[in-house]
Ligand binder design. Structure first.
Ligand code: SF4
Length: 423
């Protein structure tokens, strides 16, 4: 039985409610009156329910799709101005006890070199990232209670925040680690993390259990209820995401919005961010083995619909996607991107030997950070590393004036700063 306020995964992500939503969307995909009323609600920046948004997703009228795109662009502009928040993933360890079928870190993979950074190596990686200009990191680690216990993650966070190098320090450490206990979330909160990110992978319980045949991640309820425990542990900012391509995208889209609605209903605050990864090639992983891949067009529509359905939420896209795809979805709602990412353990200090092959997925956008910054500036965006503009206002104007007067010049990327000074 669907209950948005329930704390049980199968009730707030009710399978029956998703099936009924998909049937409702199919039935109403040409219902002009309903579609107009949904668009009007979205125009008022009130967000959309999973049922309303699913109707728009199902509707294939080109004119309606163009109106969704225009609205998404406008909402993006109103809420975020032209700022794009920049970050980089930092892989700490690829030891993992889970058996996820879509990830090369699964414990049965013997081709991959297993690595775990020492604190000295963490330091070196962070200094390399700071030299590139990064100020915000997303920590990544497999689930392994022996090799990557919470104490190790906490030690790494502590090391990272303690590094003072050249033009400052890392400002925000977001953390993407396996679902854990309230007690451990409290420890992460006390360590000063930014956002706790956990991708659901898929909201379909049956597929979830098939795709996670072994290991603690097999437990659908424990994984799906993780954000509630994180919030109980005091973490205010949580980041949702599904791995598009594993299940039918319409199902995932409805589930994702139901999850956001649940967090809002129970905790009074929705997700801080929503990520939109698509499955990509990696060691032993061929995306074609999964039947539910989505085209760039559908991907763009999903991004636009998330933007108008959850207007307040940051949207994240990684270097999994190509420059072309990133450019398209930046205008439709994405507000945070990674740049010059290395998806292997220790990859920022040393190019990995091909035989080691420890990357979690192949990167599509292989440009340097300077190239990404230049590209963003040419498109009219302001790449924000230090996020001073977050604190100073939404439009970025104040940020620009602070940059020009040199008041925050010590905390931003030199190339962005140079360009700003010449505007
Ligand atoms: S997705 Fe995460 S939990 Fe699953 S194998 Fe990869 S690193 Fe481990």
């Amino acid at each position: 039985m669907y209950n948005v306020k329930s704390l049980k995964a199968e009730e707030f992500i009710s399978h029956d409610e998703i099936l009924e939503t998909l049937a409702y969307a199919e039935k109403n995909k040409n219902n002009k009156e309903l579609i107009e009323s949904i668009l009007k609600k979205a125009e008022e920046r009130k967000g959309l329910s999973h049922r309303e948004a699913s109707v728009l997703l199902e509707c294939d009228d080109e004119e309606i799709t163009n109106r969704i795109y225009s609205l998404a662009k406008q909402i993006k502009k109103d809420f975020y101005g032209n700022r794009i928040v920049m970050f980089a993933p930092l892989y700490l360890s690829n030891y993992c006890v889970n058996g996820c079928l879509y990830c090369p870190y699964h414990f049965k993979n013997k081709n991959i070199a297993r690595k775990k950074l020492t604190q000295e190596e963490v330091k070196k990686e962070v200094i390399a990232l700071q030299d590139m200009g990064h100020k915000r990191l997303a920590l990544e680690a497999g689930e392994d209670p022996v090799n990557n216990p919470i104490e190790y993650i906490l030690e790494c966070i502590n090391t990272i925040y303690s590094i003072k190098h050249k033009n400052g320090a890392i400002r925000r450490v977001n953390v993407n680690i396996a679902a854990t206990t309230v007690e451990n979330y409290r420890k992460l909160k006390d360590a000063g993390i930014g956002t706790y990110i956990l991708f659901q992978e898929t909201y379909n319980k049956e597929s979830y259990e098939y795709l996670h045949p072994t290991g603690p991640k097999h437990n659908y309820a424990y994984h799906t209820e993780a954000m509630d425990r994180a919030m109980e542990g005091g973490i205010d900012d949580v980041g949702l995401g599904v791995l598009f391509g594993l299940e039918m995208y319409k199902y995932e889209f409805a589930g994702l919005l139901m999850h956001a609605e649940h967090l809002e209903a129970v905790h009074g605050v929705g997700p801080h961010t929503i990520s939109v990864p698509r499955i990509k090639p990696a060691d032993g992983i061929n995306p074609d083995d999964f039947d539910n891949g989505i085209s760039n067009e559908i991907f763009a529509k999903l991004c636009a619909l998330i933007r108008i359905s959850v207007p307040y939420t940051g949207m994240i896209i990684s270097t999994r996607e190509s420059k072309e795809v990133r450019e398209k979805v930046l205008s439709l709602g994405v507000s945070q991107i990674s740049g010059a990412s290395r998806t292997s353990v220790g990859g920022y200090c040393e190019e990995e030997d091909e035989d080691d092959n420890s990357a979690q997925f192949d990167v599509s956008d292989k440009r340097t950070l300077d190239e990404v910054v230049k590209w963003l500036m040419e498109l009219g965006y302001i790449p924000s590393f230090c996020t001073a503009c977050y604190r100073e206002g939404r439009t970025g104007d104040r940020f620009m004036s602070l940059c020009k007067t040199g008041q925050i010049q010590n905390c931003c990327h030199p190339n962005a700063l140079m360009t700003l000074k010449n505007i």
